[in-house]
Design a protein around this ligand. Sequence first.
Ligand code: F6R
Length: 589
Amino acid sequence: MACRTTAGAADYLVAGLTMLEYRGYDSAGLAVSAADGSTAVFRTTQRVNALHDLAKAWGGPSLGGIGIGHTRWATHGGVRVANAHPHQDCLRRLSVVHNGIIDNAPHLRAELQQLGHVFQSDVDSEVICHLVEDALATTGDLLEAVNRTVQQLTGSWAIVVLDGETRRMVAAAHRSPLLVAHSDRGMFLASDVSAIADWVDEFHILDDGDVVEVSDELVWLRDGVAVDAPDPIASPTQASGRRLDAGDHMASEIDEQPEAAARVLNDIGSLIANGALWRGLGLPRFDRLRVVACGTSLNAGQVIGAGLSRLGGLAHSVVVASEAAGSVIEPGTLTLAISQSGETADVLRAIDESPIGTPVLALVNNAHSTLARKVGSVLVCPAGPEVGVAATKTFVCQVLMGAGLVISALVASGRMSQTTARALVDDLAQTPERLAAAADSARLALPGVIEDVRNANGFIFLGRGAAVPYAAEGALKLKELTYRWAEAYPAGELKHGPLALVEDGTPVVVVDDADPRLVGNIAEVSARGGRILTIGQPGSRIEVPLSKHSPCGPLEAVVPLQLLALNLAADLGFDVDKPRNLAKSVTVD
Ligand code: F6R
């Protein structure tokens, strides 16, 4: 992020970066202009708050209101202070923060080194400082220098360059989110509006290829030509009044799930059984669905795709976004891109690489995200801000929204009667109550369960049919939060290899939606000493009210699965809101 205010840049930057802490990072830094034309740089591999202490202890010339700041999630180069942003040019005149990856950095670095530039870090981003340094020496103008520099880069970037000598500040973006806002406090730049929402009412988003000088006014270049700033967008996070920097986020987000589910049903409930939800999207009729997503959103996609095939007999495929390149898309396919953040680089790239003319629908939790802006048709989940790094309430909202979409599309295309659809919607309407009951039941049973599995190093999660994606989601949550190995399998697959992992006491979590074939699978595990933990039908260790007819399958089982991961992680002393190595919004591919 960056700010251009009358005073106190370090305070603004630390406050803004604190608001972004939830996204996950491993180092942080600031560069702030000083009264003598120099730039003070503070960097740390500790928490953002350490920057506050470093800036307070500063004994040099007084610091002003212009500065840039960054939290880094390591891609190129290990976690060490020298690799933290901001980076500087050889003369320490220019400071740069960068999100994204410069694909041609090795080549540029070699060229720059041949020209005599000296590098201080291992990171790709540092090439930007030296390129701007050279371009500035030639042009004498920072805006032009940054404009020339970005033309030499391949990859993705959201950058802000601060010239300590002239105090000019220029930003540029390509395939990485960046927005600029101005208010009576000054000018602000951020990769996520939540960093600055307390100080601004509206913001402008940089498009791919934009270069913007931020002085008292905005000078906006698109393809090198000066244009007006794009229309402003109202700041949504401020409207929610939600503090992003404090509190047990994941626990409260799990608690909020019944409420979030009710919001989804309130928004779309009346539009499902009459086909209006689908028709409102203006998309062509489709014969098969291709879901593209990552992580938890991918698991939601599995549920949605399976629901379409089960209810409508239409084929579906679920593609890991980072592996989507080259997948064959048959005529009549609708691509459904699911991403709560709408900023996941793997998903954005997969959509960019889809053949031109392929219909794409985005399912996001942020109406202003890059994915939402890139794609013509968008469904926005009303989950509200999700701060815990591990996705919980956004998953539940994606699944419900996706189920509504599927039913509505089947009605609109004449593949399902409105009567059948109404019965399914009536069933969906019970979801908030069932989610709340699942949480109550889990809370009662979990202390004993945690006692049993506290020392286990590895877990297996099983399900059959509609339960398989929930087993996958349970395993993902457990490994993210507890750092224990956890693998999910369709229960029938166990005997084809993974059963070798089961020994005395191995926890095997079964999402039990009363599929009769599970009885045999459970017996196979028990016979080898595995410790069975069933979640689902009456008689399970954690009983969950499931509906046999829900278009979402055993959705409610996800609540005990989330709570198992959360409670075990807390018991082991881990920070569940900021699991190690992970970021909330993964903007690099
Ligand atoms: C897991 C989790 C991640 C995300 C994944 C995709 O708890 O949060 O697996 O689901 O990084 O993120 P989005 O949905 O923002 O594209």
